[in-house]
Design a protein around this ligand. Sequence first.
Ligand code: F6R
Length: 613
Amino acid sequence: MCGIVGYVGPRQALSILLQNLNLLTYRGYDSAGVVVSHNGTLYIEKTAGKVSALEALIGETEVEGHVGIGHTRWATHGPPTTLNAHPHTDCQGRIAVVHNGIIENYYVLRQELLSQGHKFTSETDTEVLAHLIEAYYQGDLGAAVRRAMQRVRGAMAMVVLHSGEPDKIVAAKLDTPPLIVGLGQRENFVASDIPALLKYTNKVYILEDGEVAEITRDGVRVSSFLERPSRRVYQKQVTVIEWTPDMAEQGSYAHYMLKEIHEQPTTIQDTLRGRLDEPARRVYLENFLSPQQVQNAHRITFVACGTAYHAALVAKYLFEQVLRIPTEVDVGSEYRYRYPIVENEDIVVAISQSGETADTIASAREAQSQGATIVAITNVVGSTISRMADAPLYIRAGPEIAVASTKAFVGQLIGIYLLLLYFGQFRRPQGSPALQQILAELPHLAAKAQRILDDTAPIERLAQEISRSKACFFIGRHLDEPIAREGSLKLKEISYIHSQGYAAGELKHGTLALMERETPVVALATQENLYEKMLSNIQEVLARSAPVIPLIQEHSSNLEVLPEPRIVIPRTNDYLAPVLSVIPLQLLAYYCAVALDRDVDQPRNLAKSVTVE
Ligand code: F6R
């Protein structure tokens, strides 16, 4: 979380910094700030609030300068005030730092620096960096940063400039928070994420743990502060990004979230493209697990957080039911600390849109260190998880900007079906009816998803009703249960309506006590083998006066016992229903949030890409 940007080149830095910060606001929006260096002076502006508040503050001020850095914050140490906004400076106001992540030993360092006479003005851990670099500075910013970075512990990315070295910015990374250097023509950039660079270049260096990049308009020198001597400069490999600038633009949509919901048919097609050979009943995944690795796996464990965790829950049902492989699922923040039992032939699948979620990375590392083979289902090529994985599977959803994940979830589901089929071809070489049905239906899913999106008016009407509720429940069984959880998460995170996703059979063990006229219940009933059980659960809720909105496949039976309005998705194979049933729930959350005038793309207290624990 937190977005960092930097620029060195012939153009005026300020407008580039602001433009690029706007593309990173999804990483945090508690405060924003910039610093531009010119002729030995630093122009600094910062404020609590979003980048738009910073822009308003700067107004028409003419700011000369071709070198600068900027920041948009998701608060960790100290409340989101102007005083705590980045950049932070040293005692003499010559060094300015922006930072993403956490300095775990900041308190000890702060005490040490205070005892040396340094004066602190904020409550942040970041300010320690400015003073530490000041303490080590002897005319070479790169050298001072390397020494300072050798003192700090934690996980962080930072960028710094010094008024006495006006043509340079220095970036450094410790552990996982992402930092990308964009390579232009006689100009160079740095940013926390790729969308902020796409307009200028598709050639980047992805910095690794322990690297320092000294960036001038003519070049980038990369060294490692972990190695000794730490000043040794080495050649980094250039990564070429395949995303285009328009992929990160909002276009004519009212919000990024709506655009991304509507992109889902394309996500389904793109994730499948070139990987499915239906006549030959084969799935092709490049540079992936060997047949031996698949055959030898005694167990698969999925680790993920938030929405990606819900995709993992879908995977558990599928792998156990279809392939009979014991499958575990855990959230990253639990797995990493629960002393998991890992065996050499285990396969651990980390699911992460960003590929940068700290808890998911730590879980995958823990499993890898105990001998597991790591598969990554991720959207971002070059992300930390993709690089550490033994077998990355990219979902090709394009940049996801809205904080609430939508198209990435659908991409993750498609990735899971591909993984299931891939395992199936080595574990069930003779095939199975379930695998064949999935293989045959996958190519039709995009068109069916499009049908849902072609008429959103009924969902908009429903949202008007639900947005007036004080709480909402989502229930389902089997494959509907993780989608109930996902529908609930979407609703609460962007509309702030309290909601819960629940296993329908579990309601009567306590939660039924909450059912009343003001608590609508969205009841997913897409699974044929549990349809009648769901009808009973629906009756139990109706009997407590709570309104029920059934979500069913078209041509479902027993309609006379189901209340209206209903959400009806195109008929598909039950195994694949999650891909379709989640779409109306995303729309429902979206239109509720719009009806309540919420900040849809940047809901309160949240940020995309959670790079802290
Ligand atoms: C919810 C949402 C989050 C993310 C979670 C994991 O809409 O977006 O719950 O799913 O923070 O993020 P990734 O997939 O980047 O690891």
